[in-house]
Design a protein around this ligand. Structure first.
Ligand code: F6P
Length: 510
């Protein structure tokens, strides 16, 4: 049933009215059990939701909403391999990429075997590259889901990265990026990975052609040794002269593809064993999502909280603050995950919606953000729920730093909530600002895998409540088509039929 037609939706609207005077400080004072009731553990992740604008009644009503909108049934449909991506008539099975070998029977047994055959071949290749001292630089050429996941993860797991190899990520069609990377490279010691699900993406194809031309101009001859393609379109890679290819399947969305052949740069960086740990961490979260009771199911609770904030308290954005510099690309990764998945204005059947969907997701690592935009979070006119991600144990041995870092993240969550009443005017902090606190014991391939799978599933849950297709992305198509037209006009100078602004910009850049 459409979420806005459920009984729970009406009840939540009334509850939101009655909730207007809610105050976090009073909620904690009135209920000694609040922190415990609104905290929970999931694989590798401890979550404290208690500093959010929710109470037990909110959570109960949100659970009713999940029931009425069939969230559990939709989840089970995804895990059964049903074609829940209706607009593309595809299954949604990124979870299968982290499923242990031989663990499924029936229709999913054969795809699982293919997954492991490809995984084994890719990991064997990764180990071969790791052992090859002649290769010092690995350049991943890809964009969106073919860039953000491996880039984020290689940075996040920098302490596990093989010394002696450098990793570069080129995504933008802006030649400054590729030119800057190529400047420091030698053809004989470079491996290019061309990562593209479709192998048609303009940016990636342009960069791939330029990299090939550079390689040949540098005297490079063995394309087979220095180029590999990660794609569902093996034939198109072959047409470019690339013989080493690792495939994946149309049931893996780009932004969900870190676990597939798209993860090859990460596998080279951290090795086959590390990559398997990443998959195992994500699989543990898959199991939690599938089996934990709905009220103690972390992706479910987070996804429902997102719906509550978006549709009932009308908070339109969420900020992510990873307090770990190695997680500095996590906000960008999560931005694509959530906004490309749930930035939709029609339901699964194409009918226009009358309620809001994806929030704006944004952020920077702490403590940097504290000295930039946190001012607005503390004293601005809008309420922006903040999601902190902290890691208990550091991997460096520098004295003092980590305690200071952890003190800051806890203090920020506290300050947002407590505010400061005893000063007026500019020094007044209203407090009562919501935040979620996610804590990992340490940042390892396993915990990173669990954290990312948690985020995938929370996006699934809010998308399921909203009744949208979280697995297509038609919204990016129009810009691609128009760019082709403008590109042709840039060459020809033909501005006929264009609006005055576009025509004037065209003539200025020519
Ligand atoms: O333009 C959007 C998009 O299709 C993303 O969904 C995807 O991750 C990215 O482009 C790259 O696509 P591909 O891997 O096919 O090159």
């Amino acid at each position: 049933m459409r979420c806005d037609q459920t009984a729970a939706w009406q009840k939540l609207q009334q509850h939101a009215q009655a909730f207007k005077g809610f105050d976090l400080r009073q909620a904690f004072a009135a209920d000694a059990g609040r922190a415990a009731a609104l905290s929970q553990s999931a694989p590798c992740v401890f979550a404290d939701l208690s500093k959010n604008h929710v109470d037990a009644a909110t959570e109960a009503l949100l659970q009713e909403l999940a029931q009425e909108t069939g969230v559990a049934a939709h989840r089970d449909a995804m895990f059964s391999g049903a074609h829940i991506n209706l607009s593309e008539d595809r299954a949604v099975m990124h979870w299968l990429l982290r499923q242990p070998a031989g663990s499924l029977s029936g229709a999913l047994a054969a795809p699982l075997t293919q997954v492991h055959d490809t995984l084994n071949a890719m990991l064997q290749y990764a180990e071969q590259v790791r052992a090859d001292d002649a290769i010092t630089d690995v350049v991943n050429i890809g964009i969106g889901g073919s860039d953000l996941g491996p880039q984020m993860a290689v940075l996040a797991l920098q302490d596990c990265v093989l010394p002696g190899k450098r990793f570069h990520f080129v995504s933008n069609v802006d030649g400054h990026e590729l030119a800057g990377v190529l400047q420091g490279l030698k053809a004989e010691s470079t491996l290019f990975l061309i990562a593209s699900k479709t192998f048609t993406t303009q940016e990636t194809m342009t960069n791939a052609h330029s990299a090939l031309a550079w390689f040949q101009a540098q005297g490079g001859r063995e394309v087979a040794r220095h180029f590999a393609a990660l794609t569902t379109n093996v034939a198109a890679a072959g047409a470019l002269g690339i013989r080493t290819t690792f495939g994946f399947w149309d049931w893996v969305g780009g932004r969900y593809s870190l676990w597939s052949a798209i993860g090859l740069p990460l596998a080279i960086a951290i090795g086959a064993a590390g990559f398997k740990e990443l998959l195992a961490g994500a699989h543990a979260m898959d199991r939690h999502f599938q089996t934990a009771p709905m009220g103690q199911n972390l992706p479910v609770r987070l996804g429902l909280l997102d719906v509550w904030y978006r549709n009932f308290l009308h908070y339109t954005s969420r900020s992510i603050a990873p307090y770990h510099s190695a997680l500095r690309r996590l906000p960008a990764y999560l931005q694509q995950l959530e906004m490309e998945s749930n930035g939709k204005r029609v339901d699964r059947n194409g009918q226009a919606l009358s309620y809001g969907t994806s929030p704006v997701l944004w952020g920077e690592p702490g403590t940097n953000g504290q000295h930039a935009y946190f001012q607005m979070l503390h004293q601005g006119t809008d309420i922006v729920p903040l999601e902190f991600v902290a890691v208990k144990r550091p991997t460096h041995s520098l004295k003092d730093h980590h305690a200071l870092l952890l003190a800051n993240v806890i203090a920020q969550a506290q300050a947002l909530m407590l505010g400061q009443d005893d000063a007026g005017g500019h020094r007044h902090f209203t407090g009562n600002r919501p935040s979620t606190f996610l804590l990992l014991d340490e940042l390892t391939p396993t915990s990173l895998g669990a954290l990312i799978a948690l985020q995938e599933h929370r996006v699934f849950v809010s998308g399921a409540v909203w009744g949208i297709n979280s697995f297509d992305q038609w919204g990016v198509e129009l810009g691609k088509v128009l760019a082709k037209d403008i590109h042709a006009r840039l060459v020809s100078g033909d501005a006929s039929g264009l609006d005055a602004s576009t025509a004037s910009l065209l003539s200025r850049v020519r």
